[in-house]
Design a binder for this molecule. Structure first.
Ligand SMILES: NC(=O)c1ccc[n+]([C@@H]2O[C@H](COP(=O)([O-])OP(=O)(O)OC[C@H]3O[C@@H](n4cnc5c(N)ncnc54)[C@H](OP(=O)(O)O)[C@@H]3O)[C@@H](O)[C@H]2O)c1
Length: 295
């Protein structure tokens, strides 16, 4: 067991679910952990052991426009080595039923929030010639199910940033990891947000009755069923992540790390769908370059 804190981890959304489990796993192996929350008092009551185990709460909402400046102060003040962006929520609703405001709100939290934190940590990591930028994405970062377009768009978008970033910062010794959890047993399903416009009391407009939208809405809202079909164990996920970082796998051996059997299936389904599309269109695609003798 190490006696000194080994690395300083900055974890957003450390008050609950996966962020909380990752904080606990990092503290257990003696890392120093800075946890962000929008409400320190609430965080202290939902995770009282955090402070007694040495964790430090910082009141910070990644969705606010000044979050970049706040993250920059934290990155420098605590000399952050590992950033884990976990804060997030899911908006569930059909494309047609979702307002631009609802999409923007989702993007502020799931897209701009992690982007602000990552950009703020990069200068200090570059200076040190080391660091880890870890995104808690989702299976929805690679597959977009019905009624999950907005959530998936936020995760696809922020995954693209990290995929590109991983190549940009490799020369500086900074490693990037995209974690894609399947369904995990956290308070997350109870915090989903649904369309709120007129005629959307059920979460979808009547035209989507008896369609995959209604089906997904029923699945998303059935909390009793969720406790049975959701199989992911946040503590196991957190330990897997800490081991990946501590052993230096993250960012070099692989970029994406699915977690949970359901997410392994999601990745297989997506790869097969991409392959099938490519086979169906390869001939067309190969015929659209300029003819060599035209050049
Ligand atoms: N659980 C799953 O099944 C699952 C599956 C795939 C991906 N994920 C991803 O895993 C991450 C963590 O989810 P979780 O399961 O740990 O959920 P959770 O238990 O609900 O925790 C989410 C955390 O995010 C913060 N947060 C929530 N809404 C926010 C908002 N509107 N603005 C700013 N911060 C907000 C909260 O922090 P404060 O309230 O303390 O500020 C909370 O600590 C999310 O990015 C989620 O997309 C979860």
């Amino acid at each position: 067991m190490r006696t000194e804190p080994y690395q300083t981890w900055l974890i957003t959304g450390a008050s609950s679910g996966l962020g909380k489990a990752i904080a606990a796993a990092a503290l257990t192996v003696n890392h120093r952990v800075i946890g962000t929350t929008r409400d320190v008092e609430k965080a202290e009551s939902s995770y009282p052991e955090f402070a007694s185990d040495g964790g430090i709460w910082v009141c910070l909402d990644p969705a606010q426009h000044d979050a970049y400046e706040r993250f920059s102060e934290v990155a420098v003040d605590y000399n952050v080595d590992v950033l884990v962006n976990s804060a997030g929520y899911a908006f569930i609703g059909a494309v047609e039923d979702t307002s631009e405001e609802e999409i923007r709100a989702q993007m502020e939290v799931n897209f701009y929030g992690p982007l602000r934190a990552a950009r703020a940590c990069l200068p200090i990591m570059r200076e040190k010639g080391s660091g880890h930028i870890i995104l808690i994405s989702s299976g929805a970062g690679i597959i977009a199910r019905p009624a999950r377009s907005t959530y998936a768009a936020s995760k696809f978008g922020i995954e693209a940033i990290h995929e590109s970033l991983s190549q940009e910062v490799k020369p500086f010794g900074i490693k990037v990891l995209i974690v894609e959890p399947g369904a995990f047993r956290t308070p997350f399903p109870g915090r989903q947000v649904f369309p709120s416009g007129d005629g959307l009391e059920k979460g979808y407009s009547n035209v989507y009755k008896d369609t995959p939208v209604e089906e997904m809405m029923a699945l998303s809202k059935d909390m009793d069923a969720a406790t049975k079909w959701i199989k992911g164990d946040p503590e196991k996920a957190a330990r897997a992540l800490v081991v990946a970082v501590d052993n230096g796998y993250a960012g070099y051996g692989f970029l994406r790390m699915p977690l949970g059997r359901d997410c392994v299936r999601v990745l297989e389904e997506k790869i097969a769908a991409l392959q099938a599309d490519l086979e169906a269109t390869r001939e067309v695609a190969m015929g659209t370059d300029v003819d060599v003798d035209e050049e």
